[in-house]
Design a protein around this ligand. Structure first.
Ligand code: GSH
Length: 213
């Protein structure tokens, strides 16, 4: 398999974590989205949405959207499971994962931040205030969900799930923008548990082949 991705892309990092947890080998294909390489051939010709990540399977089939990719991987390589065996557990994990992937991330990705600056003429400080506001609000909702679940090392239960695959990259991203994580006790405990695992450590942005200082 080939993973077209970018070291700082949190949606890409989600998939890198899932591949690492499952021990699936892949080729790392860097797409420099900050330089616009995702909008130019060859990537623009292979990707329908011109977004990373894009996973190319061994037979050439290409999959987009990190959540769909991770669910696909979980179905074809079920161990270790990233979604619980029971329907209620899956709903809980998806609820947490989507809080990050659908509520926080779409407001803060590269094209939205660029639009705020280039088209709406916000300065850097205003852009960063926007970013921090939506991350904080989303993570507070995430924390409230965790607070209603039984105590656990990770977001849900004693092994990492899709929720952790989404949470950890979001925290990394938030750290770059100096977000306030105070009081998010369960959330940060889950983050810290994940960061004790090699699958999360080895795939973090600074350890990617295309990492920049
Ligand atoms: N919902 C998509 C989001 C993909 C996405 O927005 N990727 C970002 C990087 S994290 C990207 O390619 N951005 C390019 C741009 O915004 O122009 C997923 O989960 O894969």
């Amino acid at each position: 398999m080939k993973l077209y991705n970018y070291f700082r892309s949190s949606a890409s990092y989600r998939v890198r974590i899932a591949l690492a947890l499952k021990g699936l080998p892949y080729e790392y294909e860097a797409v420099h989205i900050a330089k616009g390489d995702h909008k130019r051939p060859p990537f623009s010709e292979m990707s329908t949405d011109m977004l990373v990540p894009l996973l190319e399977l061994d037979d050439g089939t290409r999959l987009s959207q990190s959540m769909a990719i991770i669910e696909y991987l979980d179905e074809v390589q079920p161990q270790p499971r990233l979604l619980p065996a029971d329907a209620l557990g899956r709903a809980r994990v998806r609820g947490l994962a989507e809080t990050v992937a659908c509520e926080i991330h779409p407001l803060n990705n590269l094209r939205v931040l660029k639009y705020l600056v280039r088209e709406l003429k916000l300065d850097d400080e205003a852009k960063n205030t926007w970013y921090r506001h939506w991350v904080r609000e989303g993570l507070e909702a995430f924390e409230r969900q965790l607070a209603r679940l039984p105590a656990s090392a990770y977001c849900y239960g004693d092994t990492p799930t899709l929720a952790d695959c989404c949470l950890v990259p979001q925290i990394f991203n938030g750290q770059r923008f100096n977000c306030d994580f105070s009081g998010l006790e369960r959330t940060m405990r889950a983050f810290e548990s994940c960061m004790k695992l090699e699958a999360f450590q080895a795939t973090q942005p600074s350890r990617c082949p295309d990492a920049e200082a």
